[in-house]
Structure formats: structure tokens, C-alpha cells
Ligand binder design. Structure first.
Ligand code: NDP
Length: 414
């Protein structure tokens, strides 16, 4: 492989040949108007003073408290906390309820795990969530979430997860911020170990999600936290006034690049291929952003710098040549790996390492359910993960009921 330069030169695009120009802007500057006019008839209603169109929802609706709601001044979580003493497992399993024994153990605290917790808690199943040492899932490293229903102005990923957690705890979920490191699903109650503690559960919902991938360079690992990051929301602020790069060609990379323009003077988006996996709207947004410079057919061979990131050695994938460019930060946004390591011996995994589900949320073991990105490599959205968590909790509740472990759910239990 040729290395035609050891010099540090600013990362500027060479003059674009016609086909290269098309590569930088694969859509030829074309933008699509999805609206057809805001009213669908080719005409937009008159904008409000702030530029948005007002929607009249009519008079406010008063929601009274549900019949089974606790008094407004009652501490919400206390009455539903796991009680000590008393049998809790299958009929006559003799198990005593304690802080490590539950009807539903949820592993993972992203949108699927915490939605499962909300549903299980509201069905009085008193779930325990093993949330992970770094709780909250992938949305904790996501900036603006603009597609989660109910937040018309968007919401930051960590803020959204804070609300999920608050809602789960409000109904009595016990959340422990530890990683599960071993499971035994071969007998009931199921057993899960986390930092030396054994948890026992009548049913388990696996919602461990998927983790960010890294390039795998030694220099990338060495400089992590010193200019290399996979979390624009966490670290973007530190790059105020700096010139930085983002690697990847999916929605994550495009989203992070756009977010980082709030801080950086310039964001170089480096993608190893010609075309993007990202949705067209995200690509268009990046193309239109004057602070983003897109470099297709460009790979990162090395991160340069001693105590901090000072540059990158990048490879032109077409000419197979490298050059070094000054850079003050590097964000890796190249996808995810499912967190299935501790389940591989006991549950089925597919060829990409994701768990295999049967009948919506089931696994090959009765009483062990699966929810969210740990099995879903198709949709991978917060809203689909949340929906999956809901389904898993309902399925777990019905299974516990069929096993005689919990009382029949009522229509209002959820
Ligand atoms: P994707 O798998 O969609 O994209 C990963 C990108 O990283 C690809 O462009 C891939 O290149 C590139 N890549 C992978 N490995 C390497 C490597 N070793 N070196 C260089 N480049 C590499 O992952 P995302 O995280 O972007 O998205 C995951 C899912 O989440 C998608 O379904 C996406 O739509 C969704 N998502 C939605 C968001 C939203 O709607 N707001 C925000 C973020 C994600 P190549 O194309 O060559 O394979």
C-alpha cells in the first residue's frame, strides 16, 4: 500500500472531477419536499409569529386520577417496593422474597429494559432491573432525538432516558447499576450474577441492547478520552473551536457530525465508501451544513498524537494512498455490536451475534424473554425497542400467570 506523504496537510478536498463532485453530493443537490404543503393540499397555513404553524387542539382535557391511583400526596414508590418475607416463586418453591429475589428480573436499562420495567411494575410484579455499570443504553450517547413521539421539539437522549428511569422507579422498580456477568437459565428460579451478587427470578427479560463499535486501532484505544470519543453528546463540548472528524456513513455518523457543528469550527465526515447508509434527510442536512465537509472513499489508518489527538493518517480508498492531516478530535460512529456474550451458551444467537426470538419476545427457554436491540438489527430505534419492552413485560406477566406465580392481570393492570 502506497504512502505518498508524511507531511501534515490540511484536510481539504482536491478539486472535484465531475464524478467526484457527484460523490461529495450523491444526490446532486436534489432535495425532496415531503410536505406537499403542510395541509396536504399544496398550501401551507399562515405561519405563527415564531415561524411554526399553530395547531388548535381545542379545549384542554381534564384527566382525573385512575380509580386505583394512590392519593396525590402518597410516596409513589414505597407501597410497591418488594416486600420482605413470604413465598414469591412458583407455587411452594419455598423461596423467600428479598432484595435479590423477584418475579421479573430485567437485564438492561435502555428503552426496552425500562419500558419492560414500567409495565411489569404497574402489573405489581415488583421488577428488579440490572441496569449495567453504565446505565441507559445507546440513547445516553445520542444527542438530539427528534423522532421519539411525544417530543415535538426533540429531546436529548440522556434526558429521555432519565425520564424513562424516573417513570419505572415511580411504580416501584428497583434499579441496580451493575453489569450482569453470568447467567444460569438451566433451572428455576433463574439465576443471574452481578458483581458477586446472585439474583434469582421466576422470569427474566433480556434487554441488553447493542454497544458502539470501534475501529480497532491501537492509537484509537490509546487516545480514547484524549480526543477520541464515541459520544458526541458527552464530549462535544470539549471540542469547542476545534477542527474534528467523524468516521462512518450511517445515521449515527451523520447525526453526530451535525450535532458537533454546534461546537467545532469544522467537522470532517470520513466515510470509507461512495454511498451512504444514512437516510437521505440526514445526508441532505449534512451537505447543506457549511461547517461539515464530506470525504467519501476515505478511511482512517491511524490516529496521530502523543498525549492527545493531533492528526489522522487517512487513506484514499480509490488511489490507495495515505496522507496525514492535522485534526484535534475524532468521533467514531460506525455501528453496534449486540451485547450477548453472557447469553451465548444458553440462548440462541444468529450469525451476526444477535439473540433469536420466537413468537415475538420468547426465547428457547420458557420464562426467559428478549426485547430490543439485542435481537433487533432491523429497526434499532428507541421507539421500537420501547415497544418491544412493553411486549416482553406483557408476555412475562401472562407466562407467570399461566405458571401460577402471579395473579391474573386485569385490563387496568397495565
Ligand atoms: P450503521 O450500521 O447503519 O452504519 C455504520 C456505518 O459505519 C456504515 O456506513 C459503515 O460503512 C461504517 N463502518 C462500519 N465499520 C467501519 C469501519 N471499521 N471503518 C469505517 N467505517 C465503518 O450504524 P449506525 O450506528 O449509523 O445506525 C444504526 C441504526 O440506528 C440504523 O438503523 C440507523 O438508521 C439507526 N439510527 C437512527 C437515528 C435516527 O433516526 N435519529 C440515529 C442513529 C441511528 P459501510 O456503509 O461501508 O458499511
Amino acid at each position: 500500500m502506497a504512502d505518498d506523504s508524511n507531511q501534515s496537510t490540511p484536510l481539504e478536498k482536491p478539486p472535484a472531477a465531475p464524478d467526484q463532485a457527484a460523490a461529495a453530493d450523491p444526490f446532486g443537490g436534489l432535495t425532496i419536499d415531503f410536505g406537499g404543503g403542510a395541509n396536504g393540499a399544496g398550501e401551507a397555513p399562515a405561519p405563527a409569529a415564531n415561524g411554526s404553524s399553530p395547531i388548535d387542539f381545542g379545549a384542554p382535557i381534564a384527566f382525573g386520577p385512575p380509580a386505583n391511583a394512590p392519593p396525590a400526596d402518597a410516596p409513589l414508590s414505597t407501597p410497591m417496593r418488594p416486600k420482605t418475607g413470604g413465598p414469591v416463586g412458583g407455587p411452594d418453591d419455598g423461596a423467600e422474597r428479598d432484595e435479590h429475589r423477584t418475579k421479573v428480573l430485567i437485564i438492561g436499562s435502555g428503552p426496552s429494559g425500562l419500558t419492560a420495567a414500567i409495565y411489569a411494575a404497574r402489573a405489581n410484579l415488583e421488577p428488579i432491573v440490572l441496569a449495567g455499570a453504565v446505565p441507559g443504553g445507546q440513547l445516553m450517547i445520542t444527542s438530539d432525538v427528534e423522532n421519539y413521539p411525544g417530543f415535538p421539539d426533540g429531546i436529548l437522549g440522556p434526558e429521555l432516558m432519565g425520564k424513562f428511569r424516573e417513570q419505572a422507579e415511580r411504580f416501584g422498580t428497583r434499579i441496580v447499576d451493575v453489569d450482569a456477568d453470568r447467567v444460569d437459565f438451566s433451572q428455576r428460579p433463574f439465576r443471574v450474577w452481578a458483581r458477586g451478587t446472585e439474583y434469582r427470578a421466576d422470569s427474566v427479560i433480556v434487554a441488553t441492547g447493542a454497544s458502539a463499535l470501534w475501529l480497532g486501532l491501537e492509537s484509537e484505544t490509546r487516545l480514547r478520552g484524549r480526543g477520541v470519543s464515541a459520544c458526541a453528546t458527552c464530549d462535544g463540548f470539549f471540542f469547542k473551536g476545534k477542527e474534528i472528524a467523524v468516521v462512518g456513513g450511517g445515521d449515527t455518523a451523520l447525526e453526530e457530525a451535525t450535532y458537533l457543528t454546534r461546537f467545532a469550527t469544522k467537522v470532517h465526515l470520513l466515510h470509507r465508501r461512495e454511498s451512504f447508509r444514512a437516510s437521505k434527510i440526514m445526508v441532505d442536512r449534512a451537505i447543506a451544513n457549511p461547517k461539515i465537509e464530506i470525504h467519501t472513499n476515505t478511511a482512517v489508518d491511524e490516529v496521530l498524537g502523543g498525549a492527545k489527538v493531533e492528526g489522522l493518517r487517512i487513506r484514499d480508498m480509490v488511489s490507495d494512498t495515505t496522507r496525514e492531516v492535522p485534526m484535534e478530535g475524532l468521533f467514531i460512529a460506525i455501528g453496534y455490536r449486540p451485547n450477548t456474550e453472557i447469553f451465548k451458551e444458553q440462548l440462541e444467537v444468529d450469525d451476526k451475534g444477535y439473540l433469536v426470538v420466537h413468537d415475538e419476545t420468547g426465547s428457547k427457554i420458557d420464562g426467559v424473554f428478549i426485547a430490543g436491540d439485542v435481537h433487533d438489527h432491523r429497526y434499532r430505534q428507541a421507539v421500537t425497542a420501547a415497544a418491544d419492552g412493553c411486549k416482553a413485560a406483557i408476555d412475562a406477566e401472562r407466562w407467570l400467570e399461566s405458571e401460577g406465580i402471579s395473579e391474573a392481570a386485569t385490563a387496568t393492570a397495565w
